[in-house]
Design a binder for this molecule. Structure first.
Ligand code: NIG
Ligand code: FE
Length: 416
């Protein structure tokens, strides 16, 4: 997309979230807020951040659109660092079953769950996936998301895994939201490999992963490390092969049972270990020490009626915590940023400051891009959000409401 020129002045709060790497523990509370602030974006890149009073004369910046943000807070664009937004079909029946008492894993074990979406995704055309994906990106953008991570993993065969990743590549070229793609061939074992998990992993490692790399279709690689899905040893093997090919690593870790996925994420220096509802004290300590981002997905816990990950404890232990929606048709059919903020603050005891750090600079770190996005710093991409209220504190407080008034992507005013 075109790189724009824009000046936003008189911001009641310019919430910079300043930084070029993940913030850990207590650092997460420091948002570096400038009152009565101006930000200037030239050619898509931030060139000035500071007080209105110190700003160079605006006449020095011809061809810049000017926005008056009096009474409004200006923030970095949000980074939703964990989603599965390209999928075929829906699972509304399974939602009813879960509300009646069936567990997520019991539905998966009888052929539903991820397998249900796998069949629908294999059957969906490129254009069907692209059209539904575009609608979801539009909705994300309206809620202030300027970068999203998207995973494959509903193919579990070469053709469909590549199809999902190619859909994301094509959407990335046309849509304002930047997409960071993750190959997640090891999301579950497909029916044709039932009982032969290791053979399936061999197939993914030998036949699919190298082609994904060669075609430059994904930057990261992820696995569902879980009891009755892929164990620690299998996850280590798959992720090590991915690392050897040059992928950055992510891991679905300790979601349903305590398996040691957090420890494995730390050992392998993954970008992030995600879910962590059942992460042990040792696993949390390892994440804090290694600096691997702990990505928490409270919308999933809410939707599955599970208890929440120990976000407060993780931050107090020195972890870098990120927040993401986990948008997918099963465990979290939502890309709602307002819901995410409310759940993180109300049920995981994050402060509004910590939640905002988790969704900006730490989300950027969780996709390996903290040097380019996630904060309002000179030299970073001009991805910004303007709220209709004067303070970021309205984000969790105005529960479930979208208070994003304008979104700027690479210096271009996009919405509303
Ligand atoms: O992150 N836990 C595994 N994968 C997804 C859910 C995928 C699905 O149910 O379709 C998750 O929750
Ligand atoms: Fe997920």
């Amino acid at each position: 997309m075109k790189h724009g020129n824009i000046i936003i002045k008189n911001a009641a709060q310019l919430v910079t979230c300043s930084g070029f790497s993940a913030k850990k523990g207590r650092e997460m509370s420091n948002l570096s807020v400038i009152e009565n602030g101006t930000v200037i974006v030239s050619g898509g890149i931030i060139t000035y951040v500071g007080k209105d009073a110190n700003c160079p004369p605006l006449s020095d910046f011809p061809n810049h659109e000017i926005i008056d943000a009096t009474g409004k807070a200006v923030l970095p664009g949000f980074v939703d660092s964990h989603t599965h937004f390209i999928f075929g079909g829906y699972r509304e029946e399974e939602f009813s079953w879960r509300m009646r008492g069936d567990s997520y894993m019991s539905i998966m074990e009888r052929g539903g769950g991820i397998h249900n979406t796998m069949t629908a995704t294999r059957n969906a055309s490129f254009d069907e996936l692209k059209n539904s994906g575009r609608k979801r990106l539009n909705s994300m953008l309206a809620m202030g998301v300027t970068t999203v991570e998207g995973k494959s993993g509903y193919g579990m065969d070469k053709a469909t895994e590549l199809k999902q990743l190619e859909v994301m590549k094509s959407l990335n070229e046309e849509h304002a939201v930047d997409i960071v793609s993750t190959f997640m061939g090891a999301h579950a074992t497909p029916t044709e490999y039932k009982g032969r998990e290791n053979d399936f992993l061999d197939y993914m490692i030998e036949k699919v992963m190298p082609e994904v790399k060669e075609k430059k279709l994904a930057e990261c690689c992820d696995i569902f490390c879980e009891k009755n899905v892929f164990d620690i040893e299998q996850s280590r093997r798959y992720l090590t092969a991915a690392r050897d090919l040059g992928f950055k690593l992510k891991i679905h870790a300790d979601e349903i049972v305590t398996l040691g996925g957090a420890e494995l994420g730390a050992e392998l220096k993954a970008l992030s270990a995600d879910h962590l509802l059942q992460a042990s004290d040792k696993g949390i300590g390892d994440l804090a020490e290694s600096g691997v981002v702990a990505t928490l997905l409270p919308c999933t816990a809410f939707s599955l009626k599970e208890h929440y990950a120990r976000g407060r404890y993780m931050i107090d232990s020195g972890c870098a915590v990120a927040l993401a929606t986990d948008l997918n048709p099963g465990s979290s059919f939502t890309n709602s940023i307002p819901l995410l903020f409310a759940l993180a603050c109300i049920y995981m005891q994050l402060s509004p400051e910590e939640a905002l750090t988790a969704l900006t600079i730490n989300g950027a770190a969780a996709v390996g891009k903290a040097d380019k996005i996630g904060s309002i710093d000179i030299g970073k991409q001009g991805d910004l959000v303007i709220l209709e209220y004067p303070s970021y504190k309205f984000l969790p407080y105005h529960i479930g409401m979208n208070i994003v008034e304008k979104v700027i992507k690479k210096g271009q005013l996009i919405s509303r």
